[in-house]
Ligand binder design. Structure first.
Ligand SMILES: *Cc1c(COP(=O)(O)O)cnc(C)c1O
Length: 365
């Protein structure tokens, strides 16, 4: 076991990884499975790497219960490139796509989609400063849309869907689940496409996991640049060109870790326990701490809150840092504080934050 002093890591992304995953990577770094090489140094066409990517896919299928008529891709370009690849591949010429805008990330996705063709806003929470996710009745849906797109967790604003919006019949549902990927059980069969940049909840930066229902590949137009073409990526088993081998290896280890500790129900239980104690500290602060999200839309991944003044917020961040609590400043566009409490964050770190919040209020309240 590591004797190294680890931070209470509340970074929003890249962010904390499970300690056993880092330890295994460390152990295997110089000699991966008897090759005398690290995963960074072996051919992506070697049988060793074939096993790495094959197991990563299989373990994810087990973890999420992905039906066999879905393809799993490991892609590059970050979650941001999916903002463009989705409409390029899956919005047929002349069709419009519907977007649910609940924060910065869905707003960015809409903007990219608008550059390439018709896109409709099915809901926008912007005038209310993105404090909640919509109820089904707040959506205005196009029954002819190519797809309905939403962001299950808005990383910057800290609002999260508890379920998913229901699209009109025959309109597939697409989701950006970058910051709540494998954080709870979901029913994959409700979706046409799901994707997640790994670096929030599932691994290092450099790989995006995209899960796509097979029949949707029929929509992919001819002559897309190969690297932007889902069909090419499916045909090549995510290895049309050299994939981000090391990042795929680490996400594979994260999937194995998740299965080992009890799968998504156990991860959800842990995530709720962490989130509950922090929101409780906010609610019991008599208004000293003010949550950004409305209670029904609170994220279990990114807890956003404000203090009575910007000066106190700056002091909060710097004093927390002295106690080895890292990454608590909110995103520059929202201000305030943000505690990102992803899958790998131990309960002890959330408890340390709560103790610090109470003490800070006692001294400054
Ligand atoms: C971070 C994030 C993105 C952008 O990810 P990149 O990999 O940096 O492009 C997109 N969507 C959500 C929900 C995110 O949290």
């Amino acid at each position: 076991m590591s004797e190294v002093k680890r931070a209470h890591n509340f970074n929003a992304g890249p962010s904390i990884l499970p300690l056993p995953v880092l330890e295994q990577a460390q152990q295997e770094l110089l000699d991966f499975k008897g090759t005398g090489m690290s995963v960074m140094e072996i051919s992506h066409r070697s049988k060793e790497f074939e096993a790495v990517i094959g197991e990563a896919e299989q373990d994810l299928r087990t973890l999420m219960g992905i039906p066999s008529h879905y393809k799993v891709l490991f892609l590059q370009g970050g979650a941001t490139l999916q903002f463009s690849m989705i409409p390029m591949n899956l919005r047929p010429a002349g069709k419009s796509a519907d977007y649910v805008v609940t924060g910065s990330w869905s707003k960015s996705a809409l903007k990219e989609a608008q550059k390439l063709g018709a896109s409709r806003v099915a809901y926008s929470g912007e005038t209310g400063n993105f404090k909640h996710v919509p109820a089904q009745t707040e959506l205005t849906l196009d029954p002819e849309a190519a797809y309905l797109y939403f962001t299950s967790n808005e990383t910057i604003h800290g609002v999260e869907f508890k379920g998913e919006p229901t699209p009109p019949a025959n309109v597939p549902l697409f989701v950006d689940t970058s910051s709540d990927f494998i954080s709870r059980p979901i029913d994959v069969s409700k979706y046409g496409l799901l994707y997640a940049g790994a670096q929030k909840n599932a691994g290092p930066a450099g790989v995006v996991v995209t899960i796509i229902r097979e029949d949707l590949l029929e929509r992919v137009p001819a002559n897309l640049p190969v690297m932007l073409d889902y069909k090419t990526m499916v045909a090549g088993g995510s290895m049309h060109n050299t994939p981000p081998c090391f990042a795929i290896y680490i996400v594979g280890l994260v999937f194995k870790w998740a299965l080992k500790i009890g799968g998504l129900p156990e991860i959800q239980r842990r995530n709720e326990a962490k989130a509950n104690i922090i929101y409780k500290a906010i609610d019991e602060s008599g208004g000293f701490y003010k949550g950004h999200a409305e209670p029904g839309s609170r994220s279990n991944m990114n807890v956003t809150f404000r203090l009575p003044s910007e000066e106190l917020e700056n002091n909060f961040a710097s004093e927390a840092k002295k106690l080895n609590m890292i990454g608590l400043k909110g995103h520059r566009s929202v201000g305030g504080m943000r505690a990102s409490i992803y899958n790998a964050l131990p309960l002890e770190s959330a408890q340390a934050l709560v103790a610090f919040m109470r003490e800070f209020q006692r001294k400054n309240g």
